[in-house]
Design a protein. Structure first.
Length: 222
């Protein structure tokens, strides 16, 4: 099995010479924007780091062209090289939903990641021996619910198509998982053992992940 991973727009299958399918995990849109803002704010290698020092979270959410990015990516309608910029409308949302229905074997939610990982193990026969949770902004960003309601509402309105897409997937998620029944629960129970690495192995694995992310950020800054 050949796997391509990363934040990429829909449409890669059209360039392949073999059958392909997609999987994706959607993130709660307001939480995603908060995380994105603080990630850029605290990572010096990011191309927008210096600019972010002058913007509040509210200003960033209002001004960035990178709004509704999940809908844009899943629609496959973005323009090279910046697939996250540009307009987003009802047609973009409809196309994203259509692509999910026609081309995606799995669409999950990041806040239920382990459950989604268990489902993917069943769908694709994956054997996951090692798994380390890696969150780069957890220690430097506020929780969504700690922010003013007005700030949350502003971000949600600016990303209203992502909100609608997220709710669409969330509503269908339980029905998608139901046929797996006890098999899903068994796989979910096995995942903690993949996380239970020794202290040294866990540190090495997490460090390797951090180095890879740093290299990617450095490459983006060039």
């Amino acid at each position: 099995m050949l796997v391509f991973k990363g934040h990429m727009p829909f449409g890669l299958h059209a360039r392949l010479t073999r059958p392909a399918t997609y999987i994706t995990f959607l993130r709660e849109p307001v939480d995603r924007v908060i995380s994105e803002y603080y990630s850029i704010l605290h990572h010096r290698l990011h191309p927008q780091h210096r600019r972010m020092q002058t913007l509040s979270l509210e200003e960033y959410a209002t001004r960035t062209p990178h709004h509704n990015v999940q809908t844009k990516l899943l629609s496959g309608r973005g323009d090279y090289p910046d697939f996250l910029a540009g307009d987003c409308n009802d047609e973009t949302l409809a196309l994203a939903k259509e692509n999910l229905a026609k081309h995606f074997t799995f669409a999950g939610l990041t806040e239920r990641f382990d459950e989604g990982l268990a489902a993917c193990k069943l769908l694709f026969g994956w054997n996951i021996a090692r798994y380390v949770h890696f969150n780069v902004t957890a220690s430097v960003r506020p929780k969504k619910n700690s922010l003013p309601a007005a700030t949350q509402a502003l971000i949600a309105e600016r990303n209203k198509y992502d909100v609608r897409l997220y709710e669409h997937v969330k509503c269908a998620y339980a029905d998608f998982l139901r046929p797996f029944g006890d098999l899903l629960r068994e796989e979910l129970e096995s995942i903690p053992s993949a996380k239970a690495l020794g202290r040294v192995a866990s540190a090495l694995y997490a460090t390797g992940s951090a180095v890879r992310k740093a290299i990617i950020r450095a490459h983006s800054a060039l």
